[in-house]
Design a protein around this ligand. Structure first.
Ligand code: BV8
Ligand code: ZN
Length: 249
């Protein structure tokens, strides 16, 4: 895979980097993406499962789907792409990592202050009183746990379709996208809003934009660089070239 010299020079000279990741960065960790052939949405209907209406109309089905995905996530490890991003964090004065992912593999790889736009699949809370739930979630017959405070249903701490994103996370994400010199869009189809706005906000704010994705996406045409590669392959190469170039100075 070829990383243009000019791009590496730009990365080496900048101090303000913003990265947005999607499900693709976790693909090499064995976690299905959503929209790739055979991905999660090809097997399940997102409106049915990843939405508040879906949960309220069939709490047990949705709970079991998240339990199934939690099992995969709990047995997954970060890949070279996650570790490369974690190592990049201390190479720039101003570095922001925004993720749409709910698997917390960035944090497992050592990334700090990760902005989670769509929540996380590890935590749970009461759908009525919002109290965080720390009780047992693995009942024998996968029953939906009940809130110990008010008796409400317990749900995963993800952001479902039709739900607002966490206000603070979204504000920080827009601010970083508006103020960076280089913006990377990595492993996302850029089809879910408002996250999909961020690469374009960065571009409109004057950032150099780089996409890392083996496929073409809805925003490829507007990116300054498209590295058509798996992130687990491209990111270690970028990190190595950057370290060598910085080391030479
Ligand atoms: C909201 C958590 C206010 C749950 C998820 C404006 C215009 C149009 C629609 C809307 C809009 N504003 C709001 C909407 C509605 C909706 C939306 O965007 N719908 C889309 C489908 C059109 N948005 C919302 O509802 C959001 N809420 O805005 O509230 C509102 C509400 C209603 C109406 C107006 C305003 C909430 C969105 C959050 C939903 N929750 N996840 C869960 O996980 O179960 S979204 C889900 O999709 C995941 O978080 C996922 O991360 C995210 C985005 O998908 P990607 O990460 O990009 O994954 P995908 O599979 O699509 O792509 C993977 C890519 O990786 C591919 O390109 C592939 O080529 C690449 N790849 C594969 N292997 C590799 C790789 N890349 C690199 N390396 C590899 N090895
Ligand atoms: Zn409650």
């Amino acid at each position: 895979m070829n990383i243009p010299d000019k791009l590496i020079m730009c990365i080496a000279e900048t101090q303000k980097v913003c990265i947005l990741t999607g499900a693709g960065i976790s693909a090499e960790s064995g976690i299905s993406t959503f929209r790739d052939p055979g991905g999660l949405w090809s097997k399940f209907n997102p409106a049915e499962l990843a939405s508040i209406d879906g949960f309220m109309s069939n709490p047990k089905l949705v709970w079991e789907w998240y339990q199934y995905r939690r099992g995969i996530v709990n047995n997954s490890s970060p890949n070279a792409g996650h570790y490369s991003i974690a190592e990049m964090q201390d190479k720039f004065e101003d570095f922001t990592l925004i993720t749409q992912n709910v698997d917390r593999l960035h944090q497992k790889a050592g990334s700090r202050s990760v902005i989670e736009l769509h929540g996380n699949i590890i935590d749970n809370y009461c759908i009525d009183c919002k109290t965080p739930f720390h009780g047992n979630i693995n009942s024998a017959n996968n029953e939906v746990p009940i809130c110990e405070v008010c008796g409400g249903l317990i749900r995963p701490a993800v952001v479902w379709f039709g739900e607002m994103l966490p206000e603070k996370a979204l504000k920080l994400a827009y601010k970083a996208s508006e103020n960076c010199d280089i913006f990377f869009s990595i492993g996302t189809s850029a089809e879910v809003y408002p996250a999909a706005n961020l690469p374009l906000v960065a571009k409109q704010s004057g950032a150099l934009t780089v996409e890392i994705n083996p496929n073409t996406t809805a925003i490829s045409y507007s990116m300054d660089y498209c590295i058509n590669s798996n992130s687990g392959e491209a990111l270690p190469v970028i990190l190595d070239l950057l370290t060598k170039l910085r080391g030479k100075k």
